[in-house]
Design a protein around this ligand. Structure first.
Ligand SMILES: Cc1cc2nc3c(=O)[nH]c(=O)nc-3n(C[C@H](O)[C@H](O)[C@H](O)COP(=O)(O)O)c2cc1C
Length: 376
């Protein structure tokens, strides 16, 4: 009698926000910078996402909500009607393949540069510069600048930009949106004590530091139903010079508060594979489970085995996979069949700025690579 392998939890379906996901593997949001100077999604991007539609859910790359949010060459936006329209081809291509797609909403805050801001300084909660390698701007590699602290009265328009972006995403057919509150971008800058030294209602204690994220969540949930809105947090991250001594208190509070909204999911970069700070024992998915009752997504450094283990032990419902997906468009099929993975894509091709297919859409599936070998 032929033995059937035990079905893996990773490949079991999951219902989230009324959406049936085919499996628990999520394409992590990955900036690939293929949109060119127009910041319009294009046919090449549609092909790239369609290639990766084996994932139960795709989170499309960080997409800026306003011109002020920009700070990266060639990343897409969703702050004009034309940009919203352009995303439709991506959404349609993924839906045709039977998967689901959320869009990640992004404001870079202090990680931007005046070269993207018509010569004006980038904005942030407080005038604290990133201690880091610098920024690639249209005019070349530049050092980080000390940002301008936002005035309290400027914040409602930023919230409005998130809401308008969510509306455009919904109109483009996205199944939902993910609010990017991780990796040292604007909302993370407000959340963390390291980068927020404000003395208005948006700074000081954690309740105040959480306020901007709360307003963005509430605004975006009024456009999409809350069950179609996810939030991404990076409690352990050091990317963009982050990490705060009170991280555990801050992120526990944030997750507790976010629990009230009935969100699609909370996306936690619990793993340390994307860099981590040294302010104490890293936070675990279990700590988030204890305070957040909705669907929980883990990320960073997972592979098929550790993703399966996290789901089986109940720590996560979904696992987002980033870098392994770059060179393995059929990653889920490879996981399912135990096929070998292609090596990590060359980092020089991760971001291009222009719609180039090299290192983007030109990775073969396992099946097509095998056919080539047989034919040779
Ligand atoms: C090329 C590249 C682009 C990324 N772009 C984004 C992004 O747009 N938004 C985001 O939240 N994280 C971004 N990340 C972080 C990934 O989503 C993910 O958290 C990280 O790669 C760790 O997961 P992994 O170990 O599975 O790769 C990016 C990472 C890489 C390598």
């Amino acid at each position: 009698m032929e033995m059937k392998p035990t079905p893996k939890a990773l490949f079991s379906p999951f219902t989230m926000g009324g959406l049936l996901l085919n499996n628990r593997v999520v394409l992590a949001p990955l900036t690939r910078a293929r949109a060119g100077t127009s910041r319009l999604a294009n046919a090449l991007m549609a092909e790239y996402y369609a290639q990766r539609a084996g994932a139960g859910l795709l989170i499309a790359e960080a997409t800026t909500i306003s011109p002020q949010a920009n700070g990266f060459v060639g990343t897409p936006g969703i702050y004009t009607d034309e940009q919203g329209e352009a995303w439709k081809q991506v959404v349609d291509a993924v839906h045709e393949k039977g998967s689901r797609i959320f869009l990640q909403l992004w404001h870079m805050g202090r990680a931007s540069h005046s070269d993207f801001q018509g010569g004006k300084l980038p904005v942030a909660p407080s005038a604290i510069r990133i201690d880091g390698e610098g920024v690639r701007t249209p005019l070349g590699k530049k050092s980080h600048e000390t940002p301008r602290a936002l005035d309290t009265k400027e914040l409602p328009s930023i919230v409005a930009d998130y809401v308008a972006a969510a509306k455009r995403a919904r109109d483009a057919g996205f199944d939902g949106v993910e609010i990017h509150a991780a990796n040292g971008y604007l909302l993370d800058q407000f959340l963390q004590s390291k980068t927020n030294l404000r003395n208005d209602a948006y700074g000081g204690g954690i309740e105040n530091r959480f306020r901007l994220l709360r307003e963005v969540v509430e605004g975006v949930c009024s456009e999409f139903s809350a069950a179609r809105v996810g939030v991404r947090l990076a409690p352990n991250g050091a990317f963009n010079d982050m990490g705060s001594p009170d991280f555990r208190e801050t992120f526990t509070y944030a997750a507790e508060q976010l629990d009230a909204y009935g969100l699609a999911y909370l996306h936690v970069m619990d793993g340390l594979a994307f860099g981590s700070h040294q302010f104490g024992e890293p936070m675990t998915l279990e700590e988030f489970r204890a305070v957040f009752r909705g669907p929980l997504m883990g990320n960073s450094g997972y592979d098929a085995e550790s993703a399966e283990a996290a789901i089986v032990r109940g720590a996560a419902d979904l696992i987002a996979i980033g870098r392994p997906f770059l060179a393995n468009p059929d990653l889920v099929e490879r996981y399912r069949n135990g096929w070998p993975l292609a090596p990590l894509a060359d980092a020089s091709t991760w971001y291009s700025g222009e719609p180039t297919s090299a290192g983007y859409t030109d990775f073969p599936t396992h099946a097509s690579a095998a056919r080539k070998v047989t034919a040779a």
